[in-house]
Write a protein that binds this ligand. Sequence first.
Ligand code: AMP
Length: 223
Amino acid sequence: MNAPVAQAVRLIIFGRQGAGKGTQATRLAERYGVPHISTGDMLRAAVASGSSLGLQVKEIMDSGGLVSDDVMEGVVADRLAQADAAAGFLLDGYPRTPGQAEFLQRILAPEGVRLAIDLDVPEDVVVERITARRVCRSCGTNYSADRDESARTGVCAKCGGEVVQRDDDREDAVRKRLALYTDQTAPLLAWFAERGLLATVDGVGDPDEIAQKLAGVIDERLG
Ligand code: AMP
C-alpha cells in the first residue's frame, strides 16, 4: 500500500556498498509508489544493449571512473521527465558530485529534492559482510562464509559447482572501493546537510526495523 503523501516524493539514497541499500531502496520505492532509479543500473543496461550511450560510457565504467557530469545530465533529465517519475522517485547513484547535485536541484526547482538519506553502516561492518561473501562459479548462488556449509566446503549445494571468493571481494580491494566511495560522497552529504536536506539512518540491524526507521524519517519530512 502506498503511503498517503501530498507532494512529490523526491528522494535520494546514499549508502556504502554492502550497506543494504538495494534491499531498502526496493522496499521504499514500493511503499511510496515511485520508481527506484539507479543510474548505475541504467548505464549497465545501456552498455549491455550496445546503445550509443553504452558505447560512450563503457570504458569509463570498466575503469571504475565517473561518467562526465554533462553525459549524466542528459541521462537523468530524460529519465526524470518520464511519466512514472511525475509523482516522485527514489534516486540511487546520483548525484555523485556537487555539480550533479546542483543540476538536480535546478531541474527540480522550485521544490527540489525533499530528502537525501544516508543509510549509514560503518566501514568495518560492510568489510566483514563483503569479505564473507562467496559465490558459485557455475550457477552464481551467493553464500556466506559465516553461515553456509557450501562456503566452507567450496562445493555449491545447488549445482555442485565450485564456490569461491571473487577477487574484488577480497579485503584490500573492498577497502579501496570504500575509500573511493567516502571520498566521493562526503562532499555530497555535506552539500545536502548544509541545505537541511540530509537524514542519517543507522543501517546496522534487522532489515525490517531499518525499513521502518527509514519510512518514519521520510513520512516525517513529507508531512
Ligand atoms: P553504481 O552501480 O552506482 O556503482 O555505478 C556503476 C558505475 O556507473 C560507476 O562506477 C560509474 O562509472 C557510473 N555511474 C553511475 N552513476 C553515476 C553518476 N551519477 N555519475 C557518474 N558516473 C556514474
